[in-house]
Design a protein around this ligand. Structure first.
Ligand code: SAH
Ligand code: MG
Length: 224
């Protein structure tokens, strides 16, 4: 019974993982290239199984306005742009100065700069200032902050909107007892538990927690 720990995250059966990924139809030539560059440069990007899930959700939801928290070098923003209609606009937030110019350059390389707006700065400061509503929000930033972002995320999510959060089971430790984790990780651990609890118990949300990639939640918002 061989197991693989995918991206230091959820532990899944290696043969099952390989079998599922053998069906992957891949992305555009540009995204495949960008994925290789990101791997080479140790830039974190969504993995194959999350890519597949996102493409599926985009087809299902057909969003026209997407908000992303955590651009990195723009891989997932471009995957979302390529898998939505020309009318779909994407706003994405990144605060790491070294990655911002690379992301902008990648949006140009893929001829998507007219569809993607990069907001530079800390999501903690940017989110409260946003006034638009979004029919899809992709949370893929520092996982210890998700719980603090949530009130603004809920305000910015349209009625019927979908919230996808990545990395929610990262480190494979969340399912362990609070005391089995190191002190250093304890804060993130308990904040992520709070986040999952809130997603599951907030009356305007219906949420599923999936052991995909490094743990994903999909939530739908319905008014009252
Ligand atoms: N979504 C990207 C990967 C994002 S990695 C992809 O799949 O291609 C997470 C990114 O979130 C990092 O680049 C990090 O700098 C950024 N980040 C983390 N906390 C942030 C915050 N509070 N505000 C803005 N960006 C943040
Ligand atoms: Mg991620």
């Amino acid at each position: 019974d061989r197991r693989v720990e995918e991206g230091n995250g959820v532990i899944i059966d290696e043969r099952l993982f390989t079998f599922i990924n053998s069906f992957d139809k891949g992305n555009s030539e540009f995204l495949d290239e960008l994925e290789q560059e990101a791997k080479r440069d140790y830039v974190p990007i969504i993995r194959k199984d999350m890519q597949n899930l996102l493409r599926f959700l985009l087809r299902l939801k057909r969003p026209l306005k997407i908000l992303e928290v955590g651009t990195a070098v723009g891989f997932s923003a471009l995957l979302m742009a390529e898998n939505t209609s020309e009318e779909c606009q994407i706003t994405t937030i990144e605060n790491y100065e070294k990655r911002i110019p690379i992301a902008k350059e990648n949006f140009k390389r893929d001829n998507m700069e007219h569809r993607i707006t990069l907001l530079e700065g800390d999501a903690t400061e940017i989110l409260p200032r946003l006034e638009d509503t979004y029919d899809m929000i992709f949370m893929d930033a520092a996982k210890g902050q998700y719980i603090h972002f949530l009130p603004n995320i809920l305000r910015l999510l349209s009625d019927g909107g979908m919230l996808v959060s990545d990395n929610v089971l990262q480190d494979g430790e969340l399912k362990e007892s609070r005391f089995a984790v190191t002190r250093r990780n304890r804060t993130i651990h308990s904040r992520m538990r709070d986040y999952l609890y809130e997603l599951k118990n907030n009356p305007v949300l219906e949420t599923v927690i999936l052991p995909v990639g490094v743990g994903v939640t999909i939530s739908v918002k319905n008014g009252s």
